[in-house]
Design a protein around this ligand. Sequence first.
Ligand code: NAD
Length: 508
Amino acid sequence: MHELLKSLGIAQLNHGTSTGLKSWSSGDTVIDSFSPVDAELIAQVYQTTQEDYELVLSKAQNAATEWRNIPAPKRGEIVRQMGEAFRKHKDNLGKLVSYEMGKSLQEGLGEVQEIIDICDFAVGLSRQLYGLTMHSERPSHRMYEQWHPLGIVGIISAFNFPVAVWSWNAMLAWVCGNVCIWKPSEKTPLTAIACQHIISEVLRQNHLPEGLSSIITGKAQVGDWLVSDKRVALISATGSTRMGRAVGTKVAERFGKCLLELGGNNAIIITENADLNIAIPAVVFGAVGTAGQRCTSTRRLIIHDSIYQQVKERLVKAYAQLRIGNPLDAHNHVGPLIDKDAVKAYLSAVVQVVEQGGKMLIDAEVLEGAGFESECYVRPCIAEAKPDFAIVQHETFAPILYLLSYSTIDEAIAIQNNVPQGLSSAIFTLNLREAEQFLSANGSDCGIANVNIGTSGAEIGGAFGGEKETGGGRESGSDAWKSYMRRQTNTINYGISLPLAQGIKFDF
Ligand code: NAD
């Protein structure tokens, strides 16, 4: 691990503030980064002070003026080089993601692959920041729209996708002509610092301004400096609904722009026409993958009552085969939760579902003994429940799956929609009518709706995000780039008179 950390520029004690070309710390409060894999203290990071923050802001303001004057395709070339740098560091960064966050090595590497993919996407996008042209109602007039950079983009990210979510925002924001200030989760600061080192190499080689890519570290308070700062044009915040409510309100008060990616409570409907050979693995991966700590993890399973018993038996059988253990060992399916607070939330949810009338099919358990010293490894569990239980309406960030039953497709869709969150949803059916109804305006109310694919795991090419308490933001592919730019409508009169719109006469 020592060699790996060294290769990513991580020391035992690290500066938590960086403008891309310089890193420093003026305070003495440190954040410890413990691995949930084995409870080892990986390294420490100095928290950003308010004085550090002010310096970061002024450097970002200067960099924004310079960067927005560089043509977009040239900005794309810088992002292309960043993608190359991440390719070079993929193995080591992927391993660090896995060790610091606790997800499997495959998923850690997958996160870095997402960074590389979004870089490729952003490079193409840098030549496609298209605006429309419209026909003017006035003679000898031309009307069109163009997209300009916003300025400073603040990125607040969650622990569960410690690097990929930042890249979805930052790579797009950069080709759109913005500069970025990143406040990573206090639970995963090292992976963020490693990314900043990788980016810094490219910034130096290209003599780019200090402040194009900055990082500040700390808890909610440090995020709040960004959120309350009217010099920060856009806040893109990923995390819990609780955080989003606080952030969204503050940004709205100052008329800033906000992109919120918050909690989900994702469901899969299994109809009597489903191919169970693909449905069961999709449910198991969705519910236990990343130890249930994906925003798109499957939390509710809505099963047609004619096959309820059969699905239940197959799931119990599949869960019995799960191997829980060190996520760096490819042999294991389920790694640890992020920390002991997450374990408490898992245990509390299980108590609540039973109190509310549910029945455990597979009991909760915190694993002990050799290999489980961090006390963060839990057994994925299954409970039979009712859709309206308070705990079923709530996102518990842990591998707990609630089984619900239905008798008509309308009822199944109503259960799926009847939660406060609206991120990811799926139906397993071979029946065209059921599938199309699920995807129609009368179907799923989520930002993501899949057929014969589970809820978890999205491709970067589509716009990612959800409705209702999930926050309404869209990131990554499609036209999500528009969130990082401001639209300007331009009308040009090349004639010799001044006709007014709507035929208004104003003679004098
Ligand atoms: P969290 O809300 O505890 O923290 C997320 C980030 O917000 C952290 O960096 C934290 O320091 C910061 N923060 C918290 N309160 C803040 C405040 N008042 N002002 C400014 N910053 C603040 O979330 P978490 O536990 O790290 O992540 C898990 C949650 O994130 C889950 O709810 C999950 O569904 C959600 N999530 C959503 C998506 C998505 O795309 N919809 C993706 C990943 C995670």
